[in-house]
Write a protein that binds this ligand. Sequence first.
Ligand code: ADP
Length: 319
Amino acid sequence: MNLGVVTSGGDSPGMNAAVRAVVRQGVALDARMIGFRQGFQGIIDVDLRELDAQSVSGILDRGGTWLGSGRCPQFTSEQGVRKAIDTLHSLEIEGLVVIGGDGSLKGAHALNRQGLRAVVVPATIDNDIYGTEATIGYDTCLNTILDAVSRIRDTASAHDRLFVLEVMGRDSGELALNSALAGGAEVVAIPETGPPWDVVREMIEHGHQRGKLHILIIVAEGSLSADEMAQYVSRNFPGREVRRSVLGHIQRGGRPSARDCIIASRMGARAVTALVQGGSDVMVGLQGEELVLVSLAEAISRKKEIDLSLLDLVANLAR
Ligand code: ADP
């Protein structure tokens, strides 16, 4: 049996651990494994390499993706998907493991609809995919943010400053909310709710009364920018010194955490087993500590809920 593997869309730490698991599990189950470079574009361009167990040696704890990733606009058309399927059929590839985020899920679903069996391993720092409690890369990214929070707190408290830290999360506040909770931020702004102006005001006024002048505000990029938050504070609290920091792309890279290596290894192996057993059109999800198979149609059509009660907890614990 010939099986393919591809990493697609935004890269995330732990993708390599997933590729390694896919290849090694495939080889163990007597499959011939083919890796496509640069996401779905590599399938259309027939940019591939055959992968044996040894070829994935030494990649387990490397960030980024060794296969390369990318966005492939052509794939959003039926014609693009058709072209990829023609390539896969001509190579006698019976199934494909797609490692990527929500866009990649849609691409994999399109492949299934046109007759090519594809199984997804969810990998995105945003952790915004329905049907899985964790996605590969989220834990590493959260820890990177927490490292920055800890450093910023040191300087904020030394100088009694107010800091605004902008983190990733265009559509999801998961990273901002959980880094605020774990890092003891006073305020967090997420895209799921409006800007928390009243909390900002309360925290600053409350801080003045208690003599606690160092304040950390975490904003998710999809909520408002660090600049916008800093402007609000300066306008409403003249004389209050505000510093801002935008974490940017350091959040994407780096060595994957133990947790990400573990879920990537488990999910990658499970995806291959599912394909070998005839599975199709599913994503491997983590629910509790169990791996489950979730239909792609369901994972795509439903939105993962964020626990909004954590917003109050962040504020309560910072008072
Ligand atoms: P991510 O997988 O990280 O969310 P993207 O949103 O860029 O990243 O999606 C990755 C790729 O998935 C896109 O470049 C495109 O090739 C494919 N894709 C995205 N949306 C669709 C769709 N609706 N139908 C088919 N393919 C899609």
